[in-house]
Design a protein around this ligand. Structure first.
Ligand SMILES: O=C[C@H](O)COP(=O)(O)O
Length: 251
């Protein structure tokens, strides 16, 4: 039996209208017994569709997550969503520190850490994202960057049940580019070593996802890389067949 159960998660980002619930329902229908026996599935829709997706996933093995949360449980923060609100809507997890948040909204490691703590407070799994830019990789800094982000963004006391880490090289997101399998393995090994050093046996239980241009065609080899416990998919998660094909790599 695998130490860590695989997870294929979909981040719909700022995509999807009410009509998209039908496409998500096809994901739910495709998550049949054999697939659910081998891999966890999760979809993180935009906040406007969260409740509809929770309803569509009711009784299935597909979990729903949020894409971001505020660090505080409530208050005067126009436009923000508390982790407690996501949990109340039926989410089981929330992505924090996605590079699009770090870049578009200037989120720092300290803010991401506070959001991850908020997720824990609300009973949600925090999916903490880390990843280097193209310039950082070309400068040979990829490992230092992701180690630094991990150290700064992951709260103390993290557990395998409460935390997932996603390695997403910024330059691979939505570009069709992916690192070599050796480069993915090197980063995941570094993340695994850092988690184990900090959290001991709990660190060993924390799942490490790879994200960045994962599609059905490359999923088999990427998901077979050592220390890759699943995928965080963007574009490919918007279409049921493409998303399910990635998950079926585990069959
Ligand atoms: O959160 C998901 C990632 O940013 C990956 O996006 P992508 O699969 O469209 O490259």
């Amino acid at each position: 039996m695998k130490l860590r159960r695989p997870l294929v998660a979909g981040n719909w980002k700022m995509n999807g209208l009410k009509a998209s619930v039908a496409e998500f329902t096809r994901i739910v229908e495709g998550c049949d017994g054999p697939l659910a026996a081998e891999v966890d599935l999760m979809v993180c829709p935009p906040a406007t569709l969260l409740s509809a997706f929770v309803a569509a996933a009711a009784g299935s093995d597909v979990a729903i997550g949020g894409q971001d949360c505020h660090a505080k449980p409530c208050g005067a923060h126009t436009g923000d969503i508390a982790a407690e609100m996501l949990a109340d809507a039926g989410a089981r997890a929330v992505i924090v520190g996605h590079s699009e948040r770090r870049c578009d909204h200037g989120e720092t490691d300290a803010q991401v850490r506070a959001k991850a703590e908020a997720a824990r407070r609300a009973g949600l799994v925090a999916i903490v994202c880390v990843g280097e830019t193209r310039a950082e990789r070309e400068a040979g800094q990829a490992l230092d960057i992701v180690r630094g982000q991990l150290a700064g963004s992951v709260p103390d006391g993290a557990t395998g049940a409460g935390l997932i880490v996603a390695y997403e090289p910024v330059w691979a997101i939505g570009t069709g580019l992916t690192p070599t399998n050796e480069d993915i393995a090197e980063v995941h090994a570094a993340l695994r070593a850092a988690l184990n050093a900090r959290f001991g046996s709990e660190g060993e239980a924390i799942r490490l996802l790879y994200g960045g241009s994962v599609k059905a065609e490359n999923a088999g080899e990427i998901l077979a890389v050592p220390d890759v416990d699943g995928a965080l998919c963007g574009g490919a998660s918007l279409k049921a067949e493409a998303f399910l094909a990635i998950a079926r790599s585990y069959l």
